[in-house]
Design a protein around this ligand. Structure first.
Ligand code: GDP
Length: 144
């Protein structure tokens, strides 16, 4: 398996960051066997949030989502691990925390379907696009 198929992208969203849950979320990520190979605190502008979520531009919640995602600092990171995209989606749980399983990050920390604590890429292709949106390859380190 190439390195490409072994990374995913995540954001600790403004609600979870503001609530001071970043440390606990990163601990869950590391305990699940992922390595953090890039990471930074940053804040999206409204315009950048719109770009990041362009795929949802026709959805009714798009405007609210962009306002929310640009409302405060986030922690953006690239995670490395076996089958990273699929395993990380399992670890974060369902979009709506009401449907998220016990032991998932969203079950523990999400406030609502919108303020749902974390983002996780949904495909290898999007993991690469989203990682590049926040980090240059120069800023990424393999921990192997
Ligand atoms: P994800 O892959 O589980 O993050 O879910 P999606 O790609 O479908 O949606 C992207 C993000 O939009 C979610 O993580 C939520 O923050 C937000 N979102 C999704 N569905 C809804 C909704 O029905 N209402 C609102 N307000 N936000 C939503």
């Amino acid at each position: 398996m190439s390195k490409k198929t072994n990374t995913t992208f995540t954001m600790i969203k403004p609600d979870a960051f503001k609530d001071g849950n970043s440390g606990e979320i990163l601990a869950m990520i590391e305990k699940a066997g992922f390595r953090i190979v890039a990471g930074k605190v940053t804040q999206l502008s409204l315009e950048k949030a719109g770009e990041f979520y362009a795929v949802h531009s026709q959805r009714p919640f798009y405007k609210d989502l962009c306002a929310y995602m640009s409302s405060g600092p986030i922690f953006a990171a690239i995670l490395e691990g076996q089958n990273a995209v699929e395993r990380y989606r399992k670890l974060i749980g369902a979009t709506d925390p009401k449907n998220a399983e016990e032991g998932t990050i969203r079950k523990k920390f999400a406030r609502s379907i919108e303020a749902n604590a974390v983002h996780g890429s949904d495909s290898d292709e999007n993991a690469d696009i989203e990682s590049a949106f926040f980090f240059s390859s120069f800023e990424q380190f393999s921990a192997k």
